[in-house]
Design a protein around this ligand. Structure first.
Ligand SMILES: [Zn+2]
Length: 363
């Protein structure tokens, strides 16, 4: 299996598929799924989210299915990837990412399905390959859930070695702030101006950054404003986020931040408008839930002990869980993702494929 897995990985990362441009890879994986013997369709998400292809949904077998999921898109720089294989490690040539995030998941699912089919006909399974995951989980957000029968899903899209089982992920609230001051000439009549830059600086200095507690982080990551040094600036925008494994904590902090921002801006004679929006809601899966028990058993069968983890990142798992599908995210062994130093050991690709096969053989 090792050579076939490497070949398919190289084939798929070599197809350009940055977010929004997944048409070619969608058509290739649809063909592969059909060849394995699944019924395959593409949903209409593409046109809703401005991508040139929709999510791929495939199914086989009779009975209660499980979902195997990975995403087809990748971050920039993800064009013209030329993977290099050295000493059992696959890496990029150094000028692009590798796209093991998340082609490792795609390849594991395809190879695992083929292995499972060697021994018997495929059990009940649904495969979901999403598009535009890297752009705010847009593909899974626009997925047509009415087409799915599964109550649980395994998403092959976490860093960490095979055996990593992510059972909780944070609620993520974004905030967008517009600080309005009063423009004036900075040297002729500065006394008539209210600097939105100074107000924003004071406001931001009152907000906590980084770890607020053991399960909560906050950040201001975007700031813009001002046109010239001789103008008292009257417009500043900044954006930030709050993530917490405790959903109520995220919304409490969002309210607290809004109050602080509005008050502190007012105290400087400026006005702040704050918009908050839930990016995605978090989840915590009980370790005794059927979806967790099944993965522990599937890992045990291939000689790997499950390592339960929580993540501070979002994935399609957040959207699946919010849509009532109990979902767990699994490590595929890729490392340093979203960087040109990204790499994956071949042994991890093979282990992920074995895990897919094992998941299909247990219940
Ligand atoms: Zn990913």
């Amino acid at each position: 299996m090792e050579k076939a897995v490497i070949d398919e990985f190289v084939e798929l990362v070599s197809i350009d598929a940055e977010s929004g441009n997944e048409a070619e890879i969608v058509s290739v994986v649809m063909g592969k799924l059909r060849d394995i013997g699944l019924d395959v369709e593409m949903d209409g998400a593409g046109s809703k989210l401005g991508s040139n292809a929709g999510n791929v949904i495939a199914r086989a077998g009779e009975g209660d299915p499980i979902i195997l999921c990975a995403h087809l898109d990748r971050v920039k720089p993800g064009k013209g990837i030329k993977p290099v294989i050295e000493n059992g490690i696959i890496k990029s040539s150094g000028d692009t990412i590798l796209a093991a995030d998340d082609i490792s998941g795609v390849v594991a699912i395809l190879a695992g399905l083929r292995e499972a089919k060697k021994h018997r006909s495929l059990p009940a399974v649904e495969v979901v390959f999403t598009v535009s995951e890297e752009t705010r989980l847009s593909g899974s957000r626009h997925l047509d859930y009415s087409r799915l029968l599964s109550k649980m899903a395994y998403i092959f899209d976490a860093s960490g070695p095979v055996g990593t089982v992510v059972t909780s992920s944070p609620t993520h609230v974004g905030f967008d702030v517009h600080v309005v001051g009063q423009a004036a000439h900075a040297a002729v009549n500065p006394q008539d101006g209210v600097s939105a830059i100074q107000a924003a600086a004071i406001v931001i200095s009152k907000l906590p950054f980084g770890w607020v507690d053991d399960h909560t982080t906050t950040n201001v990551g975007v700031l813009s404003g001002g046109d010239a040094t001789n103008i008292v600036c009257d417009n500043v925008r900044f954006k930030g986020e709050i993530r917490s494994l405790v959903a109520s904590r995220a919304s409490e902090l969002a309210n607290e931040f809004t109050g602080t921002i509005v008050c502190e801006a007012e105290a400087r004679g400026a006005k702040a408008e704050v918009t908050t929006a839930m990016e995605y809601s978090g989840y915590t899966i009980d370790r005794n839930a059927p979806v967790a028990r099944r993965i522990v058993e599937a890992l045990r069968k291939i000689g790997i002990t499950a390592t339960f983890e929580s993540t501070m990142g979002g994935s399609d798992g957040n959207i699946f869980n919010a849509n009532g599908i109990s979902s767990i995210v699994l490590g595929t062994g890729c490392q340093l993702v979203h960087s040109t130093r990204e790499f994956i050991p071949v042994s991890e690709l093979v282990a992920s494929a074995r895990l897919v096969e094992s998941l299909l053989s247990v219940s």
